[in-house]
Design a protein around this ligand. Structure first.
Ligand SMILES: *[C@@H]1O[C@H](CO)[C@@H](O)[C@H](O)[C@H]1NC(C)=O
Ligand SMILES: *[C@@H]1O[C@H](CO)[C@@H](O)[C@H](O)[C@H]1NC(C)=O
Ligand SMILES: *[C@@H]1O[C@H](CO)[C@@H](O)[C@H](O)[C@H]1NC(C)=O
Length: 371
């Protein structure tokens, strides 16, 4: 059984498949990474009763009901509430989970909190002291982090990631220690090494061949998608049969295909055979064949219904990453709750119509006004 709990997960970056994310802009933190804008709140002890609110519990939509926040968890008994809030028949959703982020400083977590992301998976960490501090910020987005990414020399990632040369890997034996290279053998070894430590592995691949390599390695999740060729049925079925899930991050792929400056930065050339319609079609194929697609800073697209998109950002990643304390609204779960002013099932953009943000029962008050 693999689990994110108390362990790091490993990240494998396949050589030819390395399409970088925003993080790789190589920017080191602009300010002290440990600077926190908001004050550190006390742990919550209040009991808050929210009345008459329609609930998307992570799976289905429920008619108006009462929900209790009891300290940092969702309670089951509304007696003796300290505060009563009228839910106005609006919508309550579980705090969204972003399955693909690059958090380098505490202020990034404050930005995520402002935008209602209550849990985020950080795709790599080059400073473990800082990452440990990120994980214990009361009242901010809860962070799960990978360790040092597994990157081979001469890859796009080696060029675009601010990683010391000494942390790149060149040899199969290093795969035991969160290191990897471009060959199938190395990828397989890295995935085996994570699994033998009870960790999940996440692999980045954004070209067809590395994607196949990732599928073959039985890595748990594959991030990004490819856009130079159509996803063949054989590989789709194999991915599904192996229970692998996908974090496609279409927005980033869109930038990569549409913007020549971004393209040159990512690939070292403005030429590309990857196009957005093919990225999109491949995500659609993943979804249609039944591979689970979770949200990593935008996957609400490509043929998903609103409710599927919301599951992809709540209950599904929680389930796939064995986080049994969140992703759904039920007694005993973390009180990561987002009341919305308008109906996300009419238009998924209404998830931006944020009324407030509670992270573990603590209100984050500096909420982005997006609607
Ligand atoms: C209510 O929650 C308490 C504390 O979490 C638990 O002990 C109890 O079994 C729950 N009762 C019901 C009916 O779920
Ligand atoms: C990690 O970041 C801190 C600043 O928060 C810095 O003092 C420390 O030197 C860094 N550690 C490494 C190994 O770079
Ligand atoms: C959903 O809302 C967005 C933002 O308000 C709007 O641009 C879009 O047209 C809406 N979509 C539908 C199907 O109404």
């Amino acid at each position: 059984m693999v689990s994110f709990r108390d362990v790091l997960f490993t990240q494998v970056s396949l050589l030819q498949g390395a399409l970088a994310c925003g993080f790789h802009a190589g920017l080191s933190p602009a300010e002290n990474p440990l600077l926190r804008r908001s004050t550190v709140p006390d742990l919550p002890t209040k009991k808050i009763l929210i009345q008459n609110v329609r609930v998307f519990d992570g799976h289905v939509i429920l008619p108006p009901r009462d929900i209790v926040i009891d300290g940092s968890i969702i309670g089951n008994d509304s007696s003796d509430s300290d505060e009563i809030i009228d839910g106005h028949h609006d919508f309550l959703i579980p705090g969204p989970i972003d399955s693909h982020t690059h958090v380098q400083q505490i202020s990034h977590m404050e930005d995520l909190s402002r935008y209602e992301v209550t849990t985020a998976f950080n795709m790599n960490c080059l400073n473990f002291t800082n990452c440990e501090i990120f994980k214990s910020q009361v009242g901010l987005t809860s962070i799960f982090t990978a360790g040092v990414p597994i990157i081979a020399p001469n890859s796009d990632h080696a060029r675009t990631t601010p990683i010391p040369k000494s942390m790149l890997i060149t040899d199969l034996s290093q795969a035991e220690f969160e290191e990897n290279g471009p060959t199938q053998e190395m990828q397989d070894a890295a995935v085996r090494a994570s699994h033998s430590r009870g960790m999940q592995s996440s692999t980045h691949a954004s070209w067809g061949i590395p994607y196949q390599q990732a599928i073959q390695s039985k890595t748990d999740s594959i991030h990004h998608i490819f856009g130079e060729s159509l996803f063949a049925k054989k590989w789709l079925l194999r991915m599904k049969a192996q229970g692998q899930f996908s974090v496609t991050i279409l927005t980033v792929m869109w930038y990569g295909s549409e913007n020549p400056i971004v393209r040159e930065y990512l690939h070292g050339t403005t030429e590309t055979s990857q196009t957005y319609p093919i990225y999109r079609e491949n995500v659609k194929r993943l979804h249609e064949v039944g591979v689970r697609v979770v949200a990593g800073t935008d996957a609400f697209e490509a043929g998903m219904k609103e409710i599927e998109a919301l599951r992809a950002a709540t209950s599904l990643p929680a389930e796939l990453c064995s986080l049994s304390d969140r992703g759904v609204i039920a007694p005993g779960r973390r009180a990561d709750l987002i009341p919305l002013n308008s109906d996300p099932f009419v238009n998924i953009s209404n998830t931006k119509d944020i009324n407030r943000v509670w992270i573990q029962g603590i209100e984050y008050t500096d909420v982005a006004k997006l609607a």
